[in-house]
Design a protein around this ligand. Structure first.
Ligand SMILES: Nc1ncnc2c1ncn2[C@@H]1O[C@H](COP(=O)(O)OP(=O)(O)O)[C@@H](O)[C@H]1O
Ligand SMILES: [Mg+2]
Length: 285
């Protein structure tokens, strides 16, 4: 079967020079990237952490088991254009290089939902997870990118939700759980600009949630300077950076947030469930 057969709309093998360039061009994402890489390293390959525990504590501590048994799911949330897709597709390039791993990035197609036929979404989502797990026979790790995830993982609490869409979310949750059970070396990364619309059972499973913020004036300045080189004068670039900031209701430019983007990534760590059975009930809730 052709893995791109309507299930994935992009497959990218890392390391890859273009991915490295796209990742390198992201401004203000360094702290999130560092956290993402740490999380991904442990989730994709827990062995070094276990070895560390054996070396310094004489055994694999229960805490290590808990950390390693989390669902290998990371959510990137934030406004449109804040770099979620770019980061999801390229962050593992740094991992592929540092760990000398062959990593395949597969972007799940929204067509995986099917056309509403009975059992179609369940079948196709199940198949997509089978394909990514299978890929780890050839690649040391697979990043499953679920872009615009709110379309696939929207809250089942919505009254108007079609039965098949609800079945699709259940299938997605089963797929995510299958990645834990199999210690499958697959990391799912969901991107969304509607975090609130994501099903709570999916959100609860996430091992990490990162919120990407809009760029500050200094970051807009850096972006513009990169893009324009010496085509404009320094003070002209500074003026554009100022003018492209947030505006109030009357359209007047405001100073915007004073934090430096990326200086303190907003991270949320959902509680780690003590047993799998404690979480599996979410799938049917
Ligand atoms: N932090 C950033 N630094 C530099 N370029 C960025 C940044 N965030 C987004 N971009 C650029 O904006 C465009 C849209 O980014 P994208 O990853 O598609 O955003 P999102 O998925 O959050 O909507 C891309 O060309 C990307 O390179
Ligand atoms: Mg996007």
């Amino acid at each position: 079967m052709n893995p791109l057969d309507g299930l994935f709309d992009q497959v990218l093998d890392l390391p890859n020079a273009q991915a490295q360039r796209r990742l390198g061009a992201l401004i203000g994402c360094d702290d999130i990237l560092a956290q993402l890489l740490k999380q991904a390293t442990v989730l994709v390959n827990p062995r070094p952490l276990e070895q560390w525990s054996e070396q310094f504590h004489g055994r694999v501590l229960p805490a290590v088991h808990l950390v390693c048994r989390r669902t290998p799911l990371i959510i990137l949330a934030g406004d449109v254009g804040t770099g979620k897709t770019t980061l999801a597709e390229t962050f593992a390039d740094a991992l592929a290089r540092s760990e000398k791993m062959a990593i395949r990035v597969m972007r799940l197609s929204l067509r995986t939902r099917g056309h509403g036929g009975t059992g179609e979404a369940t079948d196709r989502i199940g198949k997509a997870f089978d394909v990514v797990r299978e890929e780890t026979r050839i690649h040391q790790a697979v990043i499953l990118v679920i872009d615009e995830a709110d379309a696939l993982a929207q809250s089942r609490a919505l009254k108007a939700m079609h039965h098949e869409d609800r079945a699709g979310v259940n299938a997605l949750i089963r797929g995510l759980d299958s990645l834990v059970a199999a210690a499958a070396r697959v990391l799912a990364v969901m991107c969304t600009n509607r975090l609130g619309a994501i099903d709570p059972a999916v959100r609860r499973r996430a091992a990490g949630l990162f919120i990407l913020e809009r760029p500050t004036e200094a970051q807009r300045h850096a972006l513009l300077a990169n893009a324009l080189g010496d085509a404009l004068k320094e003070d002209e670039i500074a003026e554009i950076a100022r003018m492209t900031g947030p505006r109030n209701a009357s359209g007047v430019v405001t100073r915007g947030p004073t934090y430096r983007r990326g200086s303190s990534p907003r991270l949320y760590w959902p509680p780690i469930p003590t047993t799998r059975s404690a979480t599996s009930s979410y799938a049917s809730s």
